[in-house]
Design a protein around this ligand. Sequence first.
Ligand SMILES: CC(C)(COP(=O)([O-])OP(=O)([O-])OC[C@H]1O[C@@H](n2cnc3c(N)ncnc32)[C@H](O)[C@@H]1OP(=O)([O-])[O-])[C@@H](O)C(=O)NCCC(=O)NCCSC(=O)C[C@@](C)(O)CC(=O)[O-]
Ligand SMILES: NC(=O)C1=CN([C@@H]2O[C@H](COP(=O)(O)OP(=O)(O)OC[C@H]3O[C@@H](n4cnc5c(N)ncnc54)[C@H](OP(=O)(O)O)[C@@H]3O)[C@@H](O)[C@H]2O)C=CC1
Length: 426
Amino acid sequence: MARTSRIQGLRDLPVEARRKAAAEAAALDPARIAAFDPTRGLDESAADHMIENVVGILGVPLGVATNFVVNGAEMLVPMATEEASVVAAASNAAKIARVHGGFTTSSTAPVMQAQVQIVGVNDPEAGRVRLLEARDELIELANAQDEKLVEFGGGVRDVAVRLVHSRVGTYVVAHLQVDVRDAMGANAVNTMAEAVAARAGEIAGGRPLLRILTNKADLRLSRARAVFDADTLGGPAVVDDIVHAAALAEADPYRAATHNKGIMNGISAVVLATGNDTRAVEAGAHSHAVSDSGRYTSLSRFEKDADGNVVGTLELPMPVGLVGGATRVHPVAQAAVALLGVRTAAQLAEIITAVGLAQNFAAVRALATEGIQRGHMSLHARNIATTVGATAAEVPAVVARLVADRKVRADHAEKILAELRGKSRS
Ligand SMILES: CC(C)(COP(=O)([O-])OP(=O)([O-])OC[C@H]1O[C@@H](n2cnc3c(N)ncnc32)[C@H](O)[C@@H]1OP(=O)([O-])[O-])[C@@H](O)C(=O)NCCC(=O)NCCSC(=O)C[C@@](C)(O)CC(=O)[O-]
Ligand SMILES: NC(=O)C1=CN([C@@H]2O[C@H](COP(=O)(O)OP(=O)(O)OC[C@H]3O[C@@H](n4cnc5c(N)ncnc54)[C@H](OP(=O)(O)O)[C@@H]3O)[C@@H](O)[C@H]2O)C=CC1
């Protein structure tokens, strides 16, 4: 069967049937995603080897976003999040993007950078140039730390040197620019930085201090682009308002922070589902949101294209891997990667970026039209109903009343529940 990301009625199926439908739609043997079943996910002894002082395992809901087409390929996207409406919103935007073929993505080579800080250099300008003269020697020394990475086609691509003027002096900071192939790359570049630090200090004429990767991974960028059809959105006035909404985010840091949070709703959910480092991706994203003039701005852009549609673009650092970290040891992360069917870290990075753009578009569309409450709160209402003690059988009736009364609040849910229980007793 051909892979598809359109699954009719997925939301109405019980969870076990959804897993089956997802495997079928992804043309996968269901055994490949068996770990999605919480009884077959991460066990305590594996968890005990992942971090320290383990006392338990936190469950986070894992959903699957539908409707994605990325570079012409149908794609079901695993998303781990505690927030209602995120998975629905991503699926909704992906459905609108399908009208014009879905998402087109691209990326730079997977180059991470490690910094070596050198202190106490008397002639920092000359120290910088001495290090650049020693480029080949430093590259050779660094590459010798990871012959396998070089065999895979990775390794150090270049050395850059910056002078950083701080409150307590000028530092010579050498950057190793390393192609880390399918790894997130932290361990490889940190090992290289530690290995070259002493020699770099000698050459620069100072003392090496910090030796660590930078999470401002601006040489490892991933991009996504999609066209959102004007007629599907409700016409030219809606398009103009979406462009206004995005323009405010570009110009105003207060709005940009929320706009970017909407992007990260999608990105962090896929990063977490695939066992990648959410903090590394978040740090990279926010560092990239600072413009050349030093102002915090939005990561995405929405414009009106020549045909009057909205064209959305997103570009940001995406340091994710397939071969290391928790991706290698967490059975649910492995199942998530299998569901996506990706073979390289670059493919994974690009899909995550497409999800970020979809998520952002869904929120901005809602905000520029009916507001966030109707769609988001009607899904959040299920949490509220459960919080006040509604049973699985009672939840649908409580949710329907909360939404109809436009009062998605715990006090109102308690009132509705009491009324329902009163009726069923009488
Ligand atoms: C919530 C929707 C999608 C409803 O939207 P709707 O138009 O009422 O939904 P629909 O029933 O017509 O369905 C349209 C599609 O949405 C999906 N969908 C719809 N409902 C479900 C569901 N229950 N379960 C699974 N999928 C669902 C589904 O894909 C469906 O198509 P289908 O594939 O079925 O043909 C819409 O209102 C929306 O996109 N809202 C945005 C919600 C959002 O952004 N939530 C994030 C949390 S809010 C936040 O944290 C960020 C924010 C907002 O502050 C960021 C910012 O300010 O920029
Ligand atoms: N500031 C930060 O962001 C920091 C993050 N971290 C953590 O680092 C972890 C990720 O580190 P990472 O270095 O990716 O993970 P690992 O070191 O676990 O895995 C990467 C290794 O996998 C091997 N490998 C096998 N196949 C490939 C391939 N096709 N391409 C590239 N490498 C391959 C290589 O080792 P070999 O050459 O030996 O085969 C490579 O060094 C995350 O858990 C993150 O949380 C750690 C420190 C700081």
